[in-house]
Design a protein around this ligand. Sequence first.
Ligand SMILES: [Zn+2]
Length: 93
Amino acid sequence: MKYPKELNAYCPKCKHHTVHKAKLASKGKARHMAIGTRKHNRKLTGHGGKRAGKVPVKKQGVRQKVMLECQVCKKKQERIIGTRTKKKLEFNA
Ligand SMILES: [Zn+2]
């Protein structure tokens, strides 16, 4: 999947379209107090193996996220592009 490095996009702070620089959005840090993480850790206590060992189901692709930075006010915003895919995102020169 290809995406332009610079594009014209709407900035909610400037309230009109400005030039934005696109970067790959990094995945956020896992919250250790989130309900899923706590459930997982509770299952791991005591004797017994892993909670999620071999998964027979096919893995689902992820939705690609792009971080757009306004070149006027430097405000950043995330944008999801396309549908679920396993392909890596590439930026045009
Ligand atoms: Zn702006």
